[in-house]
Design a protein around this ligand. Structure first.
Ligand code: NAP
Length: 225
């Protein structure tokens, strides 16, 4: 399958591209920095240069045209300020969804976050200046929730995965992937392996939280169906 991963040079994205390529998929990573393409090639993937905060929906649609699945594994990252929680974590994810719908891509996997806040019907998020770190984090969780809600309204198959705190520990191959999890962490290796399993799975229109656990990943994904 042709799988386009937004955030292709990110810590989860690059792990996922490696797994996809090793599994025989046509793995494509979206990067905004042309210099990152070499690392994707080393991972067995090809690179598309596109900035999800500044591209138009037709440009995103052209980039994902022909893909079977798109994965949103991009993010503004810590320390990036309040404004980018909206321009990247919310609007970048929604632009990818709009581009996917426009190009006829059938499936979208969202890397969201545990504790993402579902928006109220009249929610209007603003990135005010001089927010504390805690306030910026709260805005991030609302931006992630708003992106998830927008994705659910789009006409494609979607899965929203909400990991707990991410670590760079080696993957275990086992997880807890259920609608609601206790507070916990999960390795980026295991998140990437869950996404790989979801690429070819029939699971759709499901939101699940993800932390470390004892269920083999293929079983955990199959149990979501
Ligand atoms: N940290 C946590 O504990 C945690 C917990 C739950 C969920 N998450 C979510 O997990 C996801 C991925 O995590 P990660 O650790 O893999 O993140 P990461 O290493 O920071 O990767 C994020 C990627 O997004 C890219 N990006 C940023 N702005 C972009 C833009 N305008 N256009 C295109 N790409 C852009 C970055 O590219 P550059 O290299 O060019 O900046 C980077 O490669 C994010 O959605 C995050 O919100 C994180």
């Amino acid at each position: 399958m042709r799988v386009v991963v937004a955030g292709g040079h990110g810590k989860i994205g690059l792990r996922l591209l490696r797994l996809l390529a090793a599994d025989g998929h046509d793995a494509v990573g979206m990067v905004r920095n042309r210099d990152h393409a070499g690392d994707l090639h080393e991972a067995g993937a090809s690179a598309l240069v596109i900035d999800l905060e500044h591209a138009t929906v037709p440009e995103v649609a052209a980039a994902v045209d022909g893909a079977d699945v798109v994965v949103f594994a991009a993010g503004s990252g810590p320390g990036s300020g309040a404004a980018r929680k909206l321009t990247m974590d919310r609007d970048g994810a929604v632009r990818l969804a709009d581009g996917a719908v426009s190009a006829g891509v059938g499936r979208y996997l969202m890397v969201s976050s545990v504790n993402a806040v579902e928006p109220a019907p009249d929610d209007d998020l603003h990135a005010e200046e001089d927010l504390s770190d805690d306030e910026v984090f709260a805005l991030y969780l609302r931006a992630k929730g708003a992106a998830d809600a927008a994705l659910r309204e789009r006409d494609l198959d979607w899965v929203v995965v909400r990991p707990g705190r991410l670590t760079d520990e080696p993957g275990t191959g086992t997880v807890l992937l259920v609608p609601s999890v206790p507070r916990g962490s999960v390795s980026r290796d295991d998140v990437a392996a869950v996404l790989l399993a979801l690429v070819s799975s029939p699971v759709a229109q499901v939101t699940a939280e993800l932390v470390e656990g004892s269920t083999p990943i293929d079983e955990a994904v199959a149990a979501l169906a």
